[in-house]
Design a protein around this ligand. Structure first.
Ligand SMILES: C[C@@](CO)(OP(=O)(O)O)[C@H](O)COP(=O)(O)OP(=O)(O)OC[C@H]1O[C@@H](n2ccc(N)nc2=O)[C@H](O)[C@@H]1O
Ligand SMILES: Nc1ncnc2c1ncn2[C@@H]1O[C@H](COP(=O)(O)OP(=O)(O)O)[C@@H](O)[C@H]1O
Length: 284
């Protein structure tokens, strides 16, 4: 039996770093939403018990370092599953980009294997298991829009943000999330207003969503990688309604409501940036 799963990317509408914890992680508060930019994961049962990753992207590991492999291994061990699985990853989401591509592949694998291996686990149980793989995996299990707390694994569902386009531009560098968190100076970072963002979403106020976009990690990444700042400035210049870096970066996204402006911004960015996407948010 084969199963095809969609693994969508996320963007951070807000990302606030509240402090550093004793376990080395940072306490965060983030509003995240999934977008219509997705990897495709094909799962096929194996009777020999092996977990095999097939990936044609040179940036994606095809061994135990792959987060989808880790998801399958965790389920197999926890529930004493004798069967194996072949996981074919068709990569569209840029890697090490702040878009949670690996986490979403892991989440899609958890959801898919729940069906394929007939585990009958709830979304909450899958999200809890996912948190053992990475901080963003729990959110990716649910998808849609959510407020994430703790180290990112405690999720409260939110309603869909107001309808708009999301333009993404990924410079040709990859960023290590651990590096960016390591360079955070808690005294100097900007704190977004998470509550105002949550209210803007619940009240369907597009202008307020734009006004309250904010990311505590942005300054850290912009200082380390000036090309990210350049992309941000260009996106603002071409007329996006609001612009922010997603997660630890380096992808920058802009929100745009009018179709007429979308083409102009897209064309302008394509002039100097290789990876540019214009997509919709997936909503709830
Ligand atoms: C920054 C964010 C925002 O959504 O996403 P990305 O930019 O990676 O997409 C997340 O917090 C990333 O989540 P994720 O990529 O799953 O991180 P993990 O694998 O759990 O952790 C990687 C490393 O980042 C640091 N880390 C991560 C999460 C957190 N709350 N505090 C941390 O300090 C730790 O050093 C950890 O070893
Ligand atoms: N399925 C996967 N897809 C992409 N990257 C993966 C995957 N599994 C493991 N990785 C590793 O995870 C790292 C972070 O990748 P990714 O999840 O794309 O970035 P981010 O955490 O910035 O959203 C990469 O350097 C890559 O080697």
């Amino acid at each position: 039996m084969r199963l095809l799963m969609k693994a969508p990317a996320k963007i951070n509408l807000t990302l606030d770093v509240l402090g550093k914890r004793a376990d080395g992680y940072h306490e965060v508060e983030m509003v995240m939403t999934t977008i219509d930019l997705a990897d495709r994961i094909e799962l096929e049962k194996r009777e020999d018990g092996q977990i095999i990753i097939i990936s044609h992207s040179r940036f994606v590991p095809d061994d135990q370092r792959n987060l989808a492999f880790q998801a399958a291994k965790l389920l197999k061990e926890k529930f004493n599953i004798k069967q194996g699985v072949t996981i074919a990853i068709d990569k569209t989401i840029p890697v090490a980009a702040g878009l949670a591509g690996g986490s979403s592949d892991a989440a899609a694998t958890l959801r898919g294997l729940n069906i394929l291996w007939e585990l009958h686990l709830s979304m909450d149980q899958l999200a809890e298991i996912g948190s053992e793989i990475g901080s963003d995996v729990s959110f990716c299990v649910y998808g849609g829009t959510g407020l994430a707390r703790g180290r990112g694994e405690k999720i409260t569902k939110l309603s869909a943000p107001p309808n708009c386009w999301v333009i993404l531009a990924k410079p040709s560098i990859g960023v290590s999330t651990a590096d960016i968190y390591r360079n955070v100076n808690l005294e100097k970072i900007h704190h977004p207003n998470t509550e105002a963002m949550v209210n803007a979403i619940q009240n369907h106020q597009y202008d307020e969503v734009c006004r309250h976009l904010g990311n505590s990690l942005e300054k850290v990444t912009l200082e380390m990688y000036p090309e990210v700042l350049h992309i941000k400035e260009q996106m603002q210049k071409f007329g996006a309604d609001a612009v922010l870096m997603s997660g630890s970066g380096p992808t920058v996204f802009g929100l745009v409501q009018h179709d007429s402006r979308l083409q102009r911004i897209y064309n302008g960015l394509r002039g100097f940036c290789h990876q540019v996407f214009a997509v919709r948010m997936l909503g709830e």
